[in-house]
Design a protein around this ligand. Structure first.
Ligand code: FE
Ligand code: FE
Ligand code: ZN
Length: 278
């Protein structure tokens, strides 16, 4: 069975996110732990969380992917921004301890002109500070499009970060199809080659989540503008190939296409039709 869902609004709480997922025909979801532009995390409503845990179990839903806010930049040139990132990271991981079957996805960051090497070093330092020995939540580095000074647009950069982290068994990778396509990986005509490269450099066992998005821009554009499935440069044939790839079996897929719930419902349905497995 496909593990599939979309990014849902967290404003109504956990049960509401689960209901949205049911509505679109999914069984996994992604959410922002707080306003994506930063700000305070919301208080946990105990009743809501407990009900959610019960329902998730009952429905066999998950894993659930928490997305860090976009303002979290572990490799900024400003110390205050890096400290804020570490703070948010720690708070979010603390929240996720309470959410069974959850993972934490973050953008490695933008080095803002300091250079990739320094950026990577800061990201490693941050991870070494926030990860804890007894932690269960996996932390996923998201592959990026290479817009501006983004770090993490090549598999080599992701690997370099993982290699520098002491508790690296807690790290995984989210493959965002729009991002790697925009980053220059030709997933339309050479998906097998791209996967082989991922496996050789990072290792496929690190791949824990897929952000399935089409792209408004051609391969290598370094833009990061998501498109609804089939309407962009990646196209439905490639998407069908990706979701049916035997090496990606069982990896949860999260849609981040520009849609409201009904649009996601349509896409989940479409993907179920394109899926050849059980
Ligand atoms: Fe993201
Ligand atoms: Fe993404
Ligand atoms: Zn994106």
């Amino acid at each position: 069975m496909l593990k599939i869902g979309c990014h849902v609004s967290s404003s109504g709480g956990y049960v509401s996110m689960l209901n949205d997922t049911k509505y679109i025909g999914g069984n996994v979801f992604q959410w922002f732990t707080r306003n994506p532009r930063g700000c305070q995390a919301k208080e946990i409503n105990e009743e809501d969380l407990n009900k959610f845990i019960e329902l998730a179990k009952e429905n066999n839903f998950g894993p659930f992917l928490a997305h860090a806010p976009y303002t979290l930049n572990c490799c900024s040139d400003k110390e205050s921004v890096r400290e804020f990132a570490i703070d948010v990271f720690k708070q979010d991981l603390k929240i996720l301890k309470r959410v069974p079957n959850s993972m934490y996805n973050f953008h490695p960051g933008s080095h803002v002109g300091q250079g990739k090497e320094i950026g990577i070093k800061y990201i490693i330092d941050a991870l070494n500070e926030v990860l804890e020995e007894d932690q269960e939540t996996l932390v996923l580095l998201e592959t990026m499009a290479g817009k501006g000074s983004e770090v993490g647009s090549s598999f080599e950069e992701i690997k370099e970060i993982i290699d520098g982290v002491k508790l690296s068994h807690l790290l995984g990778v989210t493959l965002d199809t729009c991002h790697i396509h925009d980053g220059g990986y030709d997933i339309v005509f050479a998906f097998d080659k791209v996967l082989e490269e991922f496996d050789r450099i990072i290792g496929l066992d690190r791949l824990k989540a897929i952000h399935l998005n089409d792209s408004k821009n051609p391969v290598g554009a370094h833009k990061d503008r998501h498109e609804v499935l089939g309407k962009g440069y990646i196209g439905l044939d490639a998407i069908e190939y990706i979701i049916n790839h035997p090496k990606l079996k069982g990896i949860p897929i999260y849609l981040e296409t520009p849609n409201e719930l009904d649009g996601y419902k349509y896409e989940v349905n479409l993907l179920k039709e394109l899926y050849k497995g059980e």
